[in-house]
Structures are given as C-alpha cells and as structure tokens.
Design a protein around this ligand. Structure first.
Ligand code: TRP
Length: 333
C-alpha cells in the first residue's frame, strides 16, 4: 500500500516563527514518518500580496528551507520544493479559474479577511483574488488527499473540493479525490502582545532563529493579566499569553496545570512564571538555532536540496497535469 500524500506549504515572505512551529512544523515532523509528504515553498503565492517586494520573497526561499531543516524536516523523507519552478501548477491554476466565479472568490472568507487586512479594498490584485484556485492547483497537482492547515485556511480546502467536484463531473469520472483538511485543535498561537495571532507583519513574533537575548526580551514583554498586580492577587489564566505558550511548548502538562491553579488562587508572580517560559523556549530553540547555523554555513547544499526536491515535484505535477488534460478531453498533439 502506498502512503497517503500530504501537501503543506508556507508563503515565503520571511523566516518562520514560533507560531509556525506550534501550528504546523511539529505536525510535519510526525507526518514525514507516516505519509508521503511534500512541502511547498510558496513563493508564487507570496507574490500575490508582495509584488512590490520580490527581493524579500526571493531571499526568504533559502531562509525558510533552512528553518525546515533546522527543526528536523528530513529531505530523505519529505520533499521540499519551489512553487515558481513547477509550471504545471500555474497551468492548472488557469484551468481551475474556469471552474470558479469571481463572486465565489470574493465571498471566500479567508480572501475577504486578507483583502481587508492588507487594505486591498480599493484595488485588489487579480492574482491575489484568484489565489484559492492556485491553491487548489497546488493541492491537486500533487494528488494530495490530506492537507494540514490552520483554521483560517479551511475555506481554501472547501473551495478546492468544489473545484474537484466540477472537474470530476465534467470528466464524468473521479479524476481527483476530494481532500481532507486537518486543523490543529489548539488554534493559532497568539503573538507576544496578546492582541492578534503571531505574524511577522504584526511585529509580535519570535523567530525560530531568535538568539537567547531576543527570546528573553520577548518573554519579558509578554502580555499576562493586567489586573494581576501583586504576587498574592488572584490571576487570570484565560487570555494570559504566558500560559498559552506554556500549554503550547512546555512538555510537562501536569506542572503547567499546577501552576494555573496556583496563579488563579494567588501567590504566583509573573516574574517566576515568565522565567519558566523563558527556560522552556531557550531549551526548545537552542538546538534549532544551532542546526540552523550549520546550514547557514553551506547555503549551496540547501539550494541543491531544494533543486532536487523541485525536480521530483516536477515529475509528479507534470504527470497530474497530463492525466487531467486527457481526462477532461483536451486535444492531443
Ligand atoms: N496559503 C498558505 C499560506 O498562506 C500557503 C500555501 C500555498 C498552501 N499552497 C498551499 C498551504 C497548499 C497548503 C496547501 O501560508
């Protein structure tokens, strides 16, 4: 039996941070043992909302690839590949645009929210509006059946399945299998400010490559409970970012539960709590940072690894494209 195919990807707009680690990287480490896993360096998608910053997108490709390697993604088990060098994905995107209406794209809740957040309301880049069709091309191009995504990306998978159903109905057989989204239970990690989700653009992130001083100052600045003024005051755990991070990153679940009880009762100070989180994050990020610095010494090897993964992905996606063009009854030369 062949393993089920998993596709994940990240827009290459900057180095990965703790939010990526909690949300997807940890799972990818597990999936590479059980699935045939592809990770897409989504540089073309990154351009849909960063066309003025091509240099940033370009520079992020190897940065993100190094982040993957540093956390333990193994190129022997996982294929890391570069979206812009997989022409079949662009060709499938064009095909799929015929299966979606502009109105449907505009109603996609993720697109809607991103348009608002980026101030695109007045003039939406067409490529951006259409990125759900491109994402459907990514997913089906690899014949992925399982797609782990954050909650915010679920509408993309719904739209992918709508496109798949239309393709199958025109071909009058199941050319493509519908895909399943896997959404992490914990939801997305808040940023250190506790105001919004962790993201580079919000300036509230801690990069995987953060040095010890950067980690400590992020923890010091972290949002806790504004009404917890004295150590003896009862404190609130819900919405307290330090506890959210301990839940996400501290292995000893019981210890965290005990601390929550103490904090609620009163008698546990923020300084002590933060020093535990500081230690937890230092221990988590130190080996990642060290491995990353080794890869930073040999960028050519990292580039070769991406090239090799992209070659493999090229075979796979060209094959899917041929099957689809034939299955849909295109003219053959
Ligand atoms: N949309 C994802 C993001 O914003 C990146 C992405 C591109 C992706 N293609 C994908 C995710 C295919 C899952 C499957 O980061």
């Amino acid at each position: 039996m062949s393993k089920p195919v998993i596709l994940t990807g990240d827009r290459t707009t900057g180095p990965l941070h703790l939010g990526h680690y909690a949300g997807s990287l940890k799972n990818r480490l597990r999936y590479q043992e059980t699935h045939e896993q592809f990770i897409l360096l989504a540089d073309s998608q990154a351009l849909t909302d960063n066309i003025g910053q091509i240099g940033k997108v370009k520079d992020s490709v190897l940065e993100v690839a190094m982040d993957y390697l540093a956390v333990g993604i193994d190129p022997q088990k996982t294929t890391i590949c570069l979206q812009s060098h997989l022409p079949a994905l662009a060709e499938l995107s064009m095909l799929y645009l015929n299966f979606v209406s502009v109105g449907r794209l505009q109603r996609n809740p993720t697109v809607k929210e991103e348009i608002r957040a980026r101030g695109f309301d007045k003039s939406i880049p067409a490529g951006f509006l259409c990125y759900p069709a491109a994402q459907a091309a990514d997913i089906t191009g690899f014949k992925a059946t399982v797609v782990p995504v954050g909650e915010d990306q679920v509408p993309m998978i719904e739209q992918t399945n709508e496109i798949i159903r239309k393709v199958n109905s025109i071909a009058d057989r199941d050319l493509l299998k519908e895909v399943e989204a896997i959404v992490p239970k914990a939801g997305r990690l808040p940023g250190v400010d506790g105001v919004s989700k962790m993201s580079k653009s919000a300036g509230n992130s801690v990069n995987l490559s953060a040095n010890p001083a950067e980690i400590s100052s992020a923890v010091k600045a972290m949002y806790t409970d504004p009404n917890h003024l004295r150590v003896d005051d009862p404190g609130q755990v819900e919405g307290n970012v330090v506890f959210t991070y301990l839940d996400a990153f501290h292995d000893d679940v019981e210890e965290v539960e005990d601390l929550k009880c103490q904090y609620r009762r009163g008698g546990l100070g923020d300084v002590k709590l933060k020093s535990l989180l500081d230690l937890t994050l230092q221990n988590l990020l130190e080996p990642i940072r060290e491995r990353r610095s080794e890869f930073e010494q040999r960028p050519d090897d990292v580039r070769d690894m991406v090239r090799e993964g992209t070659r493999k992905a090229l075979n796979r996606t060209e094959q899917t494209k041929s099957e689809l063009f034939e299955g849909l009854g295109f003219f053959r030369l």
